[in-house]
Structure formats: structure tokens, C-alpha cells
Design a binder for this molecule. Sequence first.
Ligand code: NAG
Ligand code: NAG
Ligand code: NAG
Ligand code: NAG
Ligand code: NAG
Ligand code: NAG
Ligand code: NAG
Ligand code: NAG
Ligand code: NAG
Ligand code: NAG
Ligand code: NAG
Length: 475
Amino acid sequence: MLSTAFLVVAFSLVPISHASILTATPFWRYQSTCRSIANAIFNSSQLFYPNSTQYDADIEHAGVSSSQVSACSVEPGSTADVSIILRILGSTRTPFAVKGGGHAFNPGFSSTTGVQISMTRFSNIELNNATCTFDAGSGVTWDQAFAALDSSGLNIVGGRKPTVGVAGLTLGGGYGFTSNQYGLTIDNMAGYELVLPNGTITNGGGNNFGIVTKFTYKTVPQGQVWGGTLNYSVDQLDLVKEAVLKFQQKNDTKAALNVPVNYTPAGAISAALVFYNAPTPAPGIFDDFLAIPTNQSDIKTRSFVDMFNSLSFINPNTVRGRVNGVSVMQYSPSVFDAIVNQTLFWGGKIGALDPNFTVGLTLEPFLGDVFSHGPASAYPPDRSHALFPTGVSFEYSNASLDDTVSNGLRSFSDAVTAAAVADGQNVSHAAGYPNYALSDTPLEEIYGANLPRLHGIKKAVDPENVMGLAGGFKI
Ligand SMILES: *[C@@H]1O[C@H](CO)[C@@H](O)[C@H](O)[C@H]1NC(C)=O
Ligand SMILES: *[C@@H]1O[C@H](CO)[C@@H](O)[C@H](O)[C@H]1NC(C)=O
Ligand SMILES: *[C@@H]1O[C@H](CO)[C@@H](O)[C@H](O)[C@H]1NC(C)=O
Ligand SMILES: *[C@@H]1O[C@H](CO)[C@@H](O)[C@H](O)[C@H]1NC(C)=O
Ligand SMILES: *[C@@H]1O[C@H](CO)[C@@H](O)[C@H](O)[C@H]1NC(C)=O
Ligand SMILES: *[C@@H]1O[C@H](CO)[C@@H](O)[C@H](O)[C@H]1NC(C)=O
Ligand SMILES: *[C@@H]1O[C@H](CO)[C@@H](O)[C@H](O)[C@H]1NC(C)=O
Ligand SMILES: *[C@@H]1O[C@H](CO)[C@@H](O)[C@H](O)[C@H]1NC(C)=O
Ligand SMILES: *[C@@H]1O[C@H](CO)[C@@H](O)[C@H](O)[C@H]1NC(C)=O
Ligand SMILES: *[C@@H]1O[C@H](CO)[C@@H](O)[C@H](O)[C@H]1NC(C)=O
Ligand SMILES: *[C@@H]1O[C@H](CO)[C@@H](O)[C@H](O)[C@H]1NC(C)=O
């Protein structure tokens, strides 16, 4: 299933000349395209101009740094209208972007100065008991999807933060709390409904490249889970490190661990998010984390939804942000130390320039065989061993620091990669998780040896390069 890369392309990506589009293009240039779309779409869809509530909602992203002023926004209400819109955009060569949940932090990935397509009206959610599948429109967010599955005894794989959209996470590959058990989100798909660049509406299968309107997930059984968050002060980091090292020796498919290491203006902090896919954890599995002194803990047996909703994701949309990942095979002592050092180093350095600066990163160890649950896919290009994607986000408020932040993130990743390589980990060209990659990450560093094949499919499915008008990682 090499489809994924193309789906990614549809939902996110950066035009080659994105810098010039960002700064130089007067938005009125696309007004005739907006008018053509408004005249062509049917009444389940609607087009909006700036200074309307709907337009503001359509162009809004989780970070103000990835919101752009678009000529107009359109909320298609049917696949037929997606097809009409795509054909108009293609024939007028108008830049566009497709927004699901709006959590892309790269400007130009799901934002545009051209026509912003918001999938918000594709909000349908449906559990099909007969086929054990779950349909979610591409405007659905993970909290909505999980809420709909609550008390059904079933669940789908993916989503670790409320308000993130199903579309972007799924199209990038998708890690979830149950990935050690069932694999990535893309390993658990029953189908996609999509509109091809030439306007043809189709269902899943072979040549997936276009705008996805609906995802069909295979469901997995879901009962009560055990878990929650333990907050630690920074002086517990040595104990956290020991606990992480020991956890990686355990091979329990039902266990998942996320360890945030954050720098905030109030000081560095750490935490452990522990998850076990049963009402009671296997004996001893999280004892090292439970033994670290904390007076903030909400660990308990609870529903999956209750656990998920407890993971507050406060991200004021006034904040600027950039994200980059660093792929490692193990959180070894020196890798852990490098991550902490880089967090404190950049926290201090950029923190001195912007009092609102924070570093947010999460250690996310998986089992060695986490990629063994699915067929070949665009990402990860090599499924023979695990890579821990390790997203690092820098959030700030001073727009003049955009480049400083991007360069800092690159330097952060390089330093951690160097520590892993010095440790004997073969990660100097390890694939990066597309949902955590800075916009100028070379495609080889994401799709590896799959790239020539992806280029071939792209040529066949999108000979006019319609999807090249949208941003994101362009094959
Ligand atoms: C949309 O148009 C159809 C016919 O084309 C009509 O039956 C329907 O009532 C209209 N819906 C709205 C909300 O105007
Ligand atoms: C939106 O309205 C503000 C004033 O309320 C105005 O300054 C701005 O130019 C308007 N933007 C567009 C794109 O019309
Ligand atoms: C599907 O099954 C769940 C319980 O397993 C039940 O609550 C729900 O009503 C069923 N839905 C349909 C459409 O049969
Ligand atoms: C627990 O909270 C108190 C104050 O509320 C604080 O002084 C102490 O450091 C905290 N202990 C831990 C282990 O975080
Ligand atoms: C941990 O700290 C975060 C803020 O840093 C807070 O939102 C959360 O509620 C805390 N968790 C627990 C279990 O106290
Ligand atoms: C911490 O990181 C800084 C910046 O990359 C580097 O200069 C320094 O040598 C590092 N310190 C350690 C102990 O690794
Ligand atoms: C865990 O599984 C890996 C393979 O994924 C294996 O190499 C390792 O020896 C196992 N460790 C334990 C403690 O069973
Ligand atoms: C920091 O953030 C606050 C709250 O968003 C904002 O009011 C303030 O202007 C920011 N400070 C700087 C220096 O940008
Ligand atoms: C933003 O950063 C620039 C360059 O570092 C600095 O000159 C400017 O004063 C900063 N603005 C604020 C509001 O801190
Ligand atoms: C190291 O990783 C690269 C991919 O990044 C792979 O092509 C190569 O075969 C690996 N080498 C070894 C010795 O495993
Ligand atoms: C659109 O492209 C697909 C994939 O290349 C192709 O199968 C289909 O026939 C095309 N439709 C039209 C109307 O050209």
C-alpha cells in the first residue's frame, strides 16, 4: 500500500516556491477562481470570503505560524463538489490547501494564500457492526471519533492528543497507544474514499492520490484501560531516565509509554504518561515510574475515552510553533542525556530572546516489531525494525524568530542523532516521521528507497501535477 504518501501529499505540502507564495502573492489574484467555485458548487457546500466567521474558522490552525490569509475558503459538503473544486483549481492552476484538523505546524502544508479547502462538513461518523469497521469523514477529530466509539466495546488505532484531526494523522502513518499491539493507523485501514486529481471519485485500493473524503478503519476490541499521567519535577530526571531504560527491556504489547521532557519559562519539567490496555497492568511493568516521587498523578482504571480526554492539549492559537522529529532505535543513556542537554540548551538560548519560549518533546519508545503489523507503505520505508519518532516542538511568540527556531530544531535533531550514532545506532539516514518533519526535510529522509516508486505512481495518477498546487511533502 504505497498509497499513503499520496494521501499525505493531498492533505499537506509545500509548493516548491512556497516562500515566494507566502510573501509576494496578492490574494486578490485568485478572486476569479473563488467566484468560479462559488458559482459551480451545490448547496451542501459554501464558499466564504475574509472577515466572515466561517472563513476565520476555516483558515485557523493550531499555531498562528501555520495559518495563512487565503483568498477565500470553501467547505465542500459532498464528494461531487470536491471533484468540481479540484477541477477548477487544476484548470486555473490556483494554489490551494486541504485542512482536516489544522494541526500541521509547517506553514503552507494545510494553509495557503490561494483557496483554503476545509473538510469540516465531512463530519460523518459511523460504526458498522456487521463489517467491524468505523467510518470517519476527513473533517473528524480524534476526540470525536473516540467519543463515538465509547462503550461500543470497539476502538480504532491512532490519536494521542485531543483535537488533532483523523486525516493528517492517518495520512502520515499514525502512532497510537495500541500501536505495539496492532501497528500504525495505516496498518488498520479498511479503505479510503477519495477524489482523484482529475475529479474522479473512487474508493480505496490501488491508486490513491487526491483528496480523501472518508476513512474506513478496521476496529479492534476495547475494554477498560489502566493509566494516566505522573508529573515529575526536573530533579527527578535521573530516576526517569533509569525507568525509561528499564521499560525498554520489557516486551509487553499492551503497554505504552510517553515521557515528555519540557522546558517552560517556569523551568524544566518531566512527566510519564503510562498506558496499559487492560483494567490492571502486568505486574511490575510501570513500577519504576510509580516509585518516583510525585504529588500529581491521575493513574486509574478507566475508559479509553476518559484516559484520552485527560490528556489536555492546550495550544492557544496565538502561539507560533515548529516541529521536527529525531528518529532513534533506542533511548540509550547517551541519547537520553543528549535530549535533556539539547532541551536545556535551546530553552536557555531561545528563551533569552522570547520569554514565551517552550520546548515540548516526548520520548515514545515502541517495541522492536511495531512496524511488523502492516504491509509495505510509503512511510516507514523499512519495516524491519522500530524507529522511535520523537517529536520535538518549539513554541514561541516572536515572529522574527522563525528561522532561529527552525535552525535550532535542526541542530537539536543533529545532536541527538549524533549521540545515537556514537552509540552504534544506524540512524544517520533513518526515516523521519512525516508528521514531525520540518518542511524542508528531503523526501529521501522520509520515504527512503520507496521514493523512485512513489515518483512513478505520481506520474501515472497526477500527470498534470494538480496536487503540486497544494503544500506538503511533494513527491
Ligand atoms: C439544496 O438543493 C436541493 C435541490 O437542488 C433542494 O432539494 C434542497 O432543499 C436544498 N437544500 C438547501 C439547504 O437549500
Ligand atoms: C478585514 O477587516 C479589517 C477591519 O475590520 C480590515 O482591516 C481588513 O483589511 C479586512 N481584511 C480583508 C481581507 O478584507
Ligand atoms: C453496534 O454494537 C454496539 C455494541 O456492540 C451497540 O451498542 C450498537 O447499537 C450497535 N450498532 C448497530 C448499528 O447495530
Ligand atoms: C509536592 O507539592 C509540594 C507543594 O504543593 C511541593 O513543595 C513538593 O515539591 C511537591 N513534591 C513533589 C515530589 O513534586
Ligand atoms: C501535569 O501537569 C500539567 C501541566 O504541566 C497539568 O495540566 C496536568 O493536569 C498535570 N497532571 C496531573 C496528573 O496532575
Ligand atoms: C550540550 O549541547 C550544547 C549545544 O549543542 C553543546 O555545545 C554541549 O557540548 C552539550 N553538552 C553536553 C554535556 O553534551
Ligand atoms: C524483546 O523483543 C525483542 C525483539 O523485538 C528481542 O530482541 C528481545 O530479546 C526481547 N526482550 C525480552 C526481555 O524478551
Ligand atoms: C507572550 O505571550 C503573551 C500571551 O500570549 C503575550 O501577551 C505577550 O505579548 C508575549 N510576549 C512576547 C514578548 O511576545
Ligand atoms: C523579537 O525578536 C527580535 C529579534 O530577536 C527583537 O529585536 C525584538 O525586540 C523581539 N520582539 C519582542 C516583542 O520581544
Ligand atoms: C543502515 O540504515 C540504512 C537506512 O537508513 C540502511 O539502508 C542500511 O542497510 C543500514 N545498515 C545496516 C548495517 O543495517
Ligand atoms: C482519472 O485518473 C484515474 C487514475 O489515473 C483514472 O483511472 C481515471 O480513468 C481518470 N478519469 C478520467 C475521467 O480521466
